[in-house]
Design a binder for this molecule. Structure first.
Ligand code: ATP
Ligand code: MG
Length: 382
């Protein structure tokens, strides 16, 4: 896909910003706090119908304004034009998403249609952080590539919340209310098993792409590994078998669950284990290995989504050029910039200098106090 135009109105510190994007590399430059990341956040609304990091839409509205509007023109790989518009009204707390002027019912149905891969400093938690951080990453990739998986996840969260509510009541009242929990067990098992089966299949597919990406980046003979480690064991990756084991696991855990008041088994307790040379990355990897692992995951995400969604994702790199060393950076951009569109923020105007593969055509946008002050097309200048 190709994001051709972005218009942000009353969005963060952007009162009214219009950006005509390059189909290749777009570099947003400026000092700290000028509004560079805000532009990437705007882009995330076109792909996810929400911010990639803000917890609520209302804080994205420019202070003192009643709401924001973000509009884009997108050309798909198959050359179909789309206008995506997201309008948020702070007072009504209402978000309206339209695709070619037609309102879509659920904002989430936008997810996957215009795939996006995001690399920002916060994402280092994927390799450094808790199991929840790794689950979030895997769920993010899978949700963009499968509508059914996304719906399963939304369902599962709802069911889990209800089941936890009942367990928590049992904990306070000390009453064992099996009748109240039974129907929730059935739904938890059914939806949960479907998620687990898909996670296992996903890791099998994704693993190879990730290993190739890692080799491309590190150029060394390190062996990365990704493994799915479900919260309970089962002998075969079929829904029936998982369901039976899930049922067993819940029965065995029931007294503990009642005591502590929440659900102990299921996809929300799964772990994804990332290893390098058979050692857990989380505990043993060096700083450089962490970075390589993370960039390899992102590269793999890019190629996996490109294949699955039949649409080339856009790549958002927020403030990562100084974090990654030049070698990794070059490799990442070499791999992506020839096929896809990239949006990069940096405080360093020369961040891409010397990267021969992209220096040919980055379009530079100088951002100042929520405005685009100046645009330079390197292709024309050089
Ligand atoms: N809702 C809002 N309304 C108005 N201004 C906002 C709002 N939210 C954030 N800002 C302002 O936006 C600016 C931050 O923008 P942004 O995070 O895009 O900066 P940046 O250019 O990426 O900076 P850095 O290089 O430090 O990452 C801050 O000056 C902040 O005060
Ligand atoms: Mg920033």
């Amino acid at each position: 896909m190709n994001l051709q135009r972005i218009v942000l109105d009353n969005f963060r510190n952007h009162s009214s910003t219009l950006i005509d994007c390059s189909p290749g590399v777009n570099l947003f430059l400026g000092n700290n706090g000028e509004g560079k990341t805000n532009i990437l956040e705007g882009i995330s609304y076109f792909c996810l119908a929400k911010s990639f990091y803000a917890v609520s839409d209302s804080i994205v509205v420019k202070i003192g304004e009643p709401g924001f509007t973000a509009t884009s023109k997108i050309l798909s790989d198959s050359k179909v034009e789309y206008e995506i518009q997201v309008v948020f009204d702070r007072e009504l707390n209402q978000k309206t998403v339209t695709v070619n002027k037609t309102r879509i019912d659920k904002a989430s149905s936008l997810i996957g249609q215009f795939p996006v891969v995001i690399l920002s400093p916060e994402q280092s938690t994927i390799t450094f952080g808790s199991p929840a951080d790794r689950r979030r990453f895997i769920d993010f990739v899978m949700s963009q590539s499968s509508r059914i998986y996304l719906e399963n996840l939304i369902d599962y969260r709802r069911i889990l919340k209800q089941r936890n509510k009942i367990l928590s009541e049992m904990q306070t009242t000390r009453n064992e209310n099996r009748e109240a929990i039974e129907p929730w067990n059935d739904s938890l098992i059914s939806v949960g098993s479907s998620i687990m089966k898909k996670r296992k299949e996903f890791i099998e597919d994704f693993k190879g792409i990730m290993v190739d990406a890692y080799a491309r980046l590190s150029g060394m003979s390190e062996r990365p590994e990704i493994e799915y480690s479900p919260s309970f064991e089962y002998v075969e990756n079929s829904e029936n078998v998982i369901e039976a084991s899930f049922k067993n696991a819940l029965q065995n855990q029931f007294s503990d669950e009642r005591r502590i008041g929440y659900t102990l088994m299921g996809p929300h307790r799964d772990e994804f284990i990332f290893q390098i040379n058979e050692l857990h990355a989380k505990n043993f990897a060096s700083q450089g290995q962490h970075k390589t692992f993370l960039v390899a995951l992102k590269l793999a995400e890019f190629f996996y989504l490109k294949n699955r969604c039949n649409e080339t994702p856009i790549l958002l790199l927020d403030d990562v050029l100084s974090e990654l060393d030049e070698y990794r950076c070059r490799r990442l951009l070499e791999a992506v910039a020839n096929t896809g569109q990239v949006f990069i923020t940096s405080t360093n105007e020369h961040a891409l200098d010397g990267l021969s593969v992209v220096s040919a055509n980055p379009r530079k946008f100088f951002v100042k106090q929520g405005r685009i002050e100046r645009v330079e097309d390197s292709a024309k200048i050089n």
